[in-house]
Design a protein around this ligand. Structure first.
Ligand code: SG7
Ligand code: ZN
Length: 259
């Protein structure tokens, strides 16, 4: 295959653009969201289908860059409305986190970094598969959720965190014992969110993502964070700081939903 990429050193984010042409594009992600420089939009609320349905099976994988969760469900979770054009089918979710809790999120809000960010990746139903959708400018919708430190464990994360011990090395995967529905990983308030047109945050940085970043965070304990930090990356080093820094906004406009 092509050259591998990393989050530090010679193959790190500042050099992705020379290794993968699209990473040097004009609609890259993540970004810093400046809440004083957004345009209010009056959209219908999100319509979430099958987000409350417990999956029949959940698996977690160490892909060398992140911990990725896939699930089987009786009917596929899907999202529409909320300013999205069309219906998007859930594919997987994954996390980005820091080596300590002062950093870790990909998006920042007025420069504020969160210790972890969760991404629920969806592809446009009309494109039929994730593979075809990553070649279309409106192919993906990713829902981004910030996590903030809480004094108590987030119960929905407990089964995932337990499974992390079985996927310490890149390429490993494991079943997750308890099956929380997707809804358990979303903030209660889905009405306030930021929206912009961007890209995948990892190479090949395809400029195909309609981004949603919810204003409200969900909790995670410091103890739960430590389990994520104990994973190993592609090079056998600690999987930490697996976030891309904010990219130039260029001529794009960030929108905010009217609450
Ligand atoms: C993570 O981020 C993985 C990738 C994902 C990438 O490394 O979740 O997905 C898989 C299946 O390994 O790439 C195409 C895709 O979803 C970038 O996703 S992101 O822009 O949401 N961070
Ligand atoms: Zn991501």
């Amino acid at each position: 295959g092509g050259p591998s990429w990393t989050y530090t050193g010679q193959h790190g984010p500042s050099n992705w653009g020379s290794m993968f042409r699209e990473c040097a594009g004009k609609r890259q992600s993540p970004i810093n969201i400046e809440t004083g420089n957004v345009k209010t939009e009056y959209w219908r609320p999100f319509t979430l289908k099958n987000y409350d349905q417990p999956p029949t099976r959940m698996r977690i994988k160490n892909n060398g860059h992140s911990a990725v969760v896939e699930m089987d469900a009786p009917s596929a979770p899907r999202v529409s409305q909320g300013g999205l054009k069309g219906e998007y089918i859930f594919a997987q979710y994954h996390f980005h986190w820091g080596g300590d809790s002062s950093l870790g999120s990909e998006h920042t809000i007025d420069g504020v970094r969160y210790p972890m960010e969760l991404h629920m990746v969806h592809y446009k139903a009309s494109y039929g598969s994730l593979g075809s959708a990553v070649a279309k400018p409106d192919g993906l919708a990713v829902l981004g959720v910030m996590l903030e430190i809480s004094g108590t464990d987030n119960p929905a994360l407990t089964p995932l965190v337990s499974a992390l011990r079985n996927i310490t090395d890149s390429g490993m995967f494991a079943d997750v014992a308890a099956n929380y529905p997707l809804r358990a990983f979303l903030p209660r308030n889905l009405e306030k969110f930021y929206r912009y047109e961007g890209s995948l945050t990892t190479p090949t940085c395809n400029e195909v993502v309609t981004w949603t970043v919810f204003a409200d965070a969900i909790p995670v304990s410091e103890k739960q964070m430590e389990f994520f930090r104990s994973l190993k990356n592609d090079n056998g080093g600690a999987m930490v700081n697996n976030f891309r820094p904010p990219q130039p906004l260029n001529s794009r406009k960030v929108m905010v939903s009217a609450e």
